[in-house]
Design a protein around this ligand. Sequence first.
Ligand SMILES: NC(=O)c1ccc[n+]([C@@H]2O[C@H](COP(=O)([O-])OP(=O)(O)OC[C@H]3O[C@@H](n4cnc5c(N)ncnc54)[C@H](O)[C@@H]3O)[C@@H](O)[C@H]2O)c1
Length: 333
Amino acid sequence: MASTQKPIGVALIGCGRVSDAHLGAITSQPEKGRLVAVVDRNPELARAAAERFGAEHACASIDQAMKIPEVEAAIICLPNHLHGEASIQCLNAGRHVLVEKPMADDYATTVAMGEAAEAAGKVLAVGQSRRHGSAIRYVQDHLESFGELRAIQASFCMYWDGPQAPWWAERTAKDGLVLSLLGSHTIDFVQMMLGKHPLRVHAEATRLRDCWSAEDEAMILIRYPQNKMATVHLSYNQQPFFERYHLLFDTSIVEVRDVNMVLVNNEVVHAPAEEATLLVTNELFKNQFAEFAAACHGLPNRSALHPHGIALMRVIDAALESSLANQTVAMRW
Ligand SMILES: NC(=O)c1ccc[n+]([C@@H]2O[C@H](COP(=O)([O-])OP(=O)(O)OC[C@H]3O[C@@H](n4cnc5c(N)ncnc54)[C@H](O)[C@@H]3O)[C@@H](O)[C@H]2O)c1
């Protein structure tokens, strides 16, 4: 089936840190995608990316890329506060969109993005890259066999020596830092396993270092229907890298380690295909692009589509609100 699909013509928008992972994912799967254009407001970055990955067009604006008829889809790798406007512009121009995580900076913007996707009849997927790791797929595919899931303990803790892009330093406590940037990955996992509609969210957040203005350490407690609960620990202060999801079933404990190893009751049942101690691994982005291409063709896929992304954003918003107000947020769906 996949081999008969026409490759999707893609414009990649924002040639910064994460862009090479997407560009590699497109160009290493020519049967799924064709890199038509790269866009950056910095023309040097666009030109260099076009040369490295063989894009036909290097553009300085989204407007310019939307005039190219071969562009059928946009992958948006801009700073978070630009995700909403850029996605809506591309959807209104009749393109499918894969927007980097977090989907936007607030729930209201994600709702407007979803409305634009539905009006255009196009795919809007969110780049929740970590859900595309082989371990998380393994757990999804075997979920029924582990028993009844009662609780999840999730930790995504790592160290950055300071802002990794200039816009990180500008994020305020209201915008969120670790809750938004890492929380989007970790809460995505919890929502995939426990459902989209939690009842209550409580978060505590703090800032341990002065190199940024927003929180760099957070703990979240999420209550789901049917007496299910999750805790999420997020940190930019932790060495070495520590990413673990413990799923507590009634008769077994499943552990996802570094996105690609699974242990059941301490026995390895799924081992990594490649070292996954880095934040960005090729496997995640390749799988993610393949799923997005399938979605664009109307085929079954594992993309984080906009209804999931909107619910996820609402939980991130609730965590931010809870941490700033020092109180639990009750969710109304
Ligand atoms: N999935 C992951 O694991 C992962 C990893 C890293 C980053 N991200 C996400 O990717 C997105 C980009 O992050 P980054 O670290 O690559 O940022 P970055 O700052 O390195 O790159 C952003 C690029 O966008 C360009 N840009 C800014 N405004 C523009 C505009 N109006 N028009 C055209 N170009 C513009 C900048 O020149 C820059 O090159 C963020 O949303 C981030 O959260 C995801």
